[in-house]
Design a protein around this ligand. Structure first.
Ligand code: NAI
Length: 327
């Protein structure tokens, strides 16, 4: 874990042009933070509503090849699955000799889907925060945590540039930090969360709904209990602020006893085996190849799974409840 030391790194990037490629969740927030921290920021975007938004926010917006030609430091802030083609067709042919390329996730560089030329400095700044949050904390004089890494360092100044950019993004203010990581580690921890507890949460909620309604609970009571009341979000905030088990204090003793005795029953050896297999599938590229095939095949499985999820009776009941709640 690192904080900015007293060394003046700013000279490394003070007069450089920062090109933000993509003005979406992360792009907008990072562009605004860097500009407000005194850097010279331009935006590269296809001609869509995101480009209009960037213009509205006062940025000079160019098409992606043009922005890349002008930039010394390029932030690649478009969705991971399209980065490979955009890089090959619009960035690689135009990127300046000796430029710096900053990823916000480990995915494309770790799997080798993007292999920047050897003269390019490759960095990763992967916020542990959603896009609007990166801006929100900045305007409130707070920081945000990120996993950061130097991937390729032809000029031996990658770390300096990285630290300066983290600083100018506002990362080192209260509540923030940069965790020195790697493209591999970021890919593993990010995907493994999605493939385990996040996915398990969705499907265990569905199983809970099936069981509880079968035993006579009303759909509304179940949906409110599980997530619609916002209690889940409060628990997550308590975990963030107090720690995973320390936040148990905020629950009743009956609840604590239930969680501590019943929770472990679900974490069987089979569960741990599945978790480990998924981690291996992430590290050896099996999942990435599967997702690549899925994209090439027109998202058939992806779309079908979305449709299947909508077929569950909980969906209709959720819509009814959300109408009453005015959502
Ligand atoms: P996003 O989905 O908000 O990206 C939107 C941008 O992509 C827009 O500027 C749009 O014009 C551009 N775009 C979309 N399709 C395009 C296409 N076919 N060709 C050219 N441009 C296209 O992206 P987001 O969520 O900000 O993610 C950017 C990076 O940040 C990714 O590497 C992601 O893993 C990383 N990240 C995202 C976080 C988040 O909270 N969303 C959190 C941490 C990292």
């Amino acid at each position: 874990m690192t904080k900015l030391d007293n060394k003046d790194y700013f000279s490394e990037i003070g007069n450089k042009i920062i090109g933000i490629i993509g003005y979406g969740n992360q792009g907008k927030s990072q562009a605004l933070n860097l500009r407000d921290s005194g850097l010279n920021v331009i935006v590269g975007n296809v001609n869509d509503n995101y480009a209009k938004d960037a213009e509205k926010d006062g940025f000079k917006v160019y098409d992606i090849p043009e922005a890349v030609k002008k930039s010394d430091i390029i932030f690649l802030l478009i969705p991971d699955e399209i980065q490979k083609n955009i890089y090959k067709n619009h960035i690689e042919p135009n990127i300046k000799i000796g430029a710096t390329l900053v990823f916000a996730s480990g995915y494309n560089y770790f799997y080798g889907f993007i292999r920047p030329r050897s003269d390019i400095t490759v960095l990763m700044i992967a916020p542990r925060m959603i896009g609007w949050g990166v801006r929100d904390v900045y305007v409130n004089d707070q920081g945000f945590p990120s996993l950061v890494a130097v991937g390729q360092d032809p000029n031996n100044n990658g770390y300096s540039i990285l630290m300066t950019l983290c600083d100018r993004l506002g990362m080192f203010r209260k509540g923030g930090c940069a965790v020195l990581s790697s493209f591999k580690e970021e890919t593993l921890v990010d995907l493994l969360s999605e493939h385990s507890w996040v996915g398990v949460m969705l499907y265990s909620f569905r199983a809970y709904y099936d069981v509880a309604t079968e035993l006579g609970a009303s759909p509304a009571s179940v949906i409110l209990e599980l997530y619609a009341s916002g209690e889940l979000a409060e628990i997550a905030k308590s975990m963030r602020d107090m720690g995973l088990f320390n936040q148990l204090k905020t629950h009743s003793r009956t609840s604590q006893y239930g969680q501590l005795t019943r929770g472990p029953l679900y974490i069987t050896d089979e569960f741990k085996k599945t978790l480990k297999n998924e981690a291996i599938n992430i590290l050896n590229g099996t999942f990435a190849r599967e997702w690549n095939d899925e994209e090439n095949n027109g998202y058939i499985v992806y779309n079908r799974l979305h449709e299947m999820a909508k077929e569950h009776p909980m969906e209709t009941e959720e819509r009814k409840l959300y109408k009453i709640l005015g959502r």
